[in-house]
Design a protein around this ligand. Structure first.
Ligand code: 6PG
Length: 509
């Protein structure tokens, strides 16, 4: 075993893309790290990069070749950060740490995208061995390196130890404008501003919030992709022209990281003939599960998140490439149309409003889902604080998150974002164009599942009387499932004896 003279502040396990960048971020912020990965080459790579970037002869990161060595290199009580794939690998590492002699007052922070119920179970399972804390990380590679959004949850004691470290490495926003404070170079640190790291709640709460973040991320991405298809297949624009439009949109209320990277992807050209890369990328979307979990949770809790679910389905449909190619030669749709310049401008303006409104609905669905989960699991989520964390560092960071923060600051008990004065007014102002864009997509035969499901969601939400009265009648007819009545007290159940000739109506119980 290598002898190390100085004990490190933090042990780090898992030096994949996210892990390595978090390590470098921690090192820039003055923390010393003992690092371990089953693949020793990854440890060596992180150490080499840190040396080059810091230009220092003193190592800020040291490598360890076993779990035992890792523990021996740390200041007690030990603080160990895991950046390993969700699921079985997390348990495997926990068991290995137990085997290596981890102590009950040591803290292990799971930064992966673990399923939140697994986190709840793990905290209980390992409570006699160590304190399992979780802190989902958002922001991808660059976020991890220069400031991610962090969603910590678990033992409040553990949080008091982790907080200064997390607040140091997190993305920061200017408190007044809500705008991210730039940090782009190795060695940069940002000490001013509001850190995108706030305690979310007990075990599982942080991973739940990150899961919903990803569900919203799926919806946001899909909404942008639908606009891309409308412009590509509806107006026949090439990727550069679409990038120009997106770039313009990115200067208004749609200003967001996802819009910004879409422009970059659309502009990227490859090969001697400068082919737009996007035209060469196969249209089959991958997914690791967090969007699916969000949709499943919304179904389990009985709260509508159709735009998020649609985004998951859109990825599923995309994966049936062969079937779609076959169906495209069998199933007919509308003929392609041509448009005047004025019609193209109108179409584009309508689409911009449609994206904005659909995006508001996707966030409204995500926040309402978290509100229901909060009640169900007895958490105390601070929605303004969650919106604040998402203003920088994370994948869904956007100017728009400042308006969401303000909505929950105005009314922390807000049932649904659509009911906030600002958002209600925005939807009122932009809805006609949204409706036109959805109509255009239907008439052109271009799928816009996320954008149009958001419109249905909006229309359902503003519908005082839905057709569920007929549905209750149908259920009562075939299954004697009973119904309540508008003219009787809530909770009183009624049933019609549909099989008798008299079809008598009775109060039940
Ligand atoms: C983030 C991302 C990150 C990752 C997800 C989504 O917040 O940094 O959400 O967690 O990109 O795993 O991945 P899929 O699109 O593959 O499901």
């Amino acid at each position: 075993m290598t002898q190390h003279n100085n004990l490190c502040d933090i042990g780090f396990i898992g030096l994949g893309v996210m892990g390595k960048n978090l390590v470098l971020n921690l090192a820039d912020n003055g923390f010393s790290i003992a690092a371990f990965d089953l693949d020793i080459a990854k440890v060596e790579d992180a150490i080499a990069q840190d040396k080059t970037e810091s230009g220092s002869s003193t190592a800020r990161v040291i490598g360890c070749s076993s779990y035992t060595e890792l523990l021996s290199c740390l200041k007690p009580p030990h603080l160990i950060v895991l950046s390993v794939p969700a699921g079985a690998p997390v348990d495997q590492v926990c068991e290995n740490l137990i085997g290596a002699g981890i102590q009950p007052d040591d803290i292990v922070i799971d930064t992966g995208n673990s399923l939140w119920v697994d986190t709840v179970a793990r905290e209980k399972k390992y409570k006699n061995n160590f304190i399992l804390f979780s802190s989902a990380v958002s922001g991808g590679e660059v976020g991890a390196r220069f400031g991610p959004a962090l969603m910590p949850s678990g033992s409040p004691y553990a949080w008091t130890r982790i907080k200064p470290i997390w607040q140091a490495i997190a993305a920061k926003v200017d408190a007044e404008t809500g705008k991210p404070i730039e940090r782009t170079k190795p060695g940069d640190v940002v000490t001013e501003g509001e850190p995108c790291a706030a305690y979310i709640g007990p075990a599982g709460a942080g991973h739940y919030v990150k899961m919903v973040h990803n569900g919203i991320e799926y919806a946001d991405m899909q909404i942008i992709c639908e606009a891309y298809q409308m412009l590509r297949d509806g107006l026949g624009l090439d990727s550069s022209a679409i990038a120009d439009i997106f770039e313009k949109w990115n200067n208004g209320p749609l200003d967001s990281y996802l819009m910004e990277i879409s422009v970059e992807v659309l502009r990227h050209k490859v090969g001697d003939d400068n082919t737009p890369l996007v035209d060469l990328i196969l249209d089959k979307a991958g997914q690791k599960g967090t969007g699916l979990w969000t949709a499943m949770s919304s179904l389990e809790l009985g709260t509508p998140a159709p735009t998020i679910a649609q985004a998951v389905y859109a990825r599923s449909i995309s994966s049936f490439k062969d079937l779609r190619v076959h169906a495209s030669s069998v199933l007919s749709g509308p003929e392609a149309q041509s448009f005047s310049e004025q019609e193209k401008t109108d179409f584009t303006d309508q689409l911009q409003d449609a994206i904005y409104c659909a995006k508001i609905c996707a966030y409204a669905q995500g926040f309402q889902l978290m509100k229901l989960a909060e009640k169900e699991h007895n958490w105390q989520l601070d929605f303004a604080s969650i919106a604040k964390i998402w203003r920088a560092g994370c994948i869904i960071r956007a100017v728009f998150l400042q308006s969401i923060t303000q909505a929950f600051e105005r009314n922390p008990e807000l049932d649904n974002l659509l009911l906030d004065d600002f958002f209600a007014e925005q939807l009122c102002k932009h809805q006609l164009n949204w409706r036109k864009a959805v109509s255009n997509s239907a008439l052109m035969g271009i799928p816009t599942g996320a954008i149009s499901s958001a419109l249905s969601y909006y229309d359902s939400m503003r519908c005082a009387v839905l057709p569920a009265n007929l549905l209750q009648g149908q259920r009562d007819f075939f299954g004697a499932h009973t119904f309540e009545r508008v003219d009787k007290p809530v909770g009183k159940k009624f049933h019609v004896n549909w099989s008798s000739n008299k079809r008598d109506l009775n109060e039940i119980g």
